[in-house]
Design a protein around this ligand. Structure first.
Ligand code: AR6
Length: 178
């Protein structure tokens, strides 16, 4: 199994086992919910370690642009607070088994996060396994969608790093790299 590859667009894709809030990257992607006001899992960890600046900016975004919440599959950037990153990009994965559990919405999270990363000029982006925790997406399928979407992405981002919390998630992603 592989732990790195290069996409046809020249993006280096790497895998890391660990806590995404400990990563150093231009962008750390948050597996958020549409409220943008925090939660458990990756979201809780990012707000805990990143500090209150991130939530303050999320609240402003809610007031100015996302009164009804950020839609599933969309992405938006904020400061990264105390994290070792320039931005956090918040994206909302689909809940598995709900009416919104459309694979294209999960693919959209990766695509939109990379689009936002391009807009802000980020070169390195760290992703968690979006929807594969509280939102219940089967890990192998979540990994396949993540890797396929990044592989097909047209982006100026140079490195996409998947940061996987445990061995099972790491192995699911490694199997997708070939
Ligand atoms: N670093 C990297 N991966 C992590 C970390 C971490 N610190 N913590 C958990 N994971 P989840 P979702 C893994 O639940 O499924 C929140 O309450 C975890 O093992 O964080 O998209 C939000 O507010 C799993 O593989 O995100 C939403 O309401 C993956 O990250 C909801 O959960 C994603 O798990 C979003 O659910």
């Amino acid at each position: 199994m592989m732990s790195a590859m290069r996409t046809p667009e020249g993006v280096t894709v790497t895998l890391v086992r660990g806590d995404i809030t400990r990563q150093s990257a231009d962008v750390i992607v948050n597996a958020a919910n549409s409220s943008l006001l925090g939660g458990g899992g990756v979201d809780g960890a990012i707000h805990r370690r990143g500090g209150p600046e991130i939530l303050a900016e999320c609240r402003k975004l809610r007031a100015s642009h996302y009164g009804k919440g950020l839609r599933t599959g969309q992405a938006v950037a904020t400061t990264a607070g105390q994290l070792d990153a320039r931005w956090v990009v918040h994206t909302v994965g689909p809940v598995y088994g709900s009416s919104g559990s459309d694979p294209s919405l999960l693919a959209s999270c990766y695509r939109e996060s990379l689009r936002v990363a391009d807009e802000i000029g980020a070169k390195t982006v760290a992703f968690p396994a979006i929807s594969a925790g509280a939102y219940g997406w089967p890990l192998d399928d979540a990994a396949r969608i993540a890797v396929e979407t990044v592989r097909a992405a047209r982006t100026a981002v140079e490195e996409v790093r998947f940061v996987l919390f445990d061995d099972r998630a790491y192995e699911a992603f490694a199997a997708q790299l070939g």
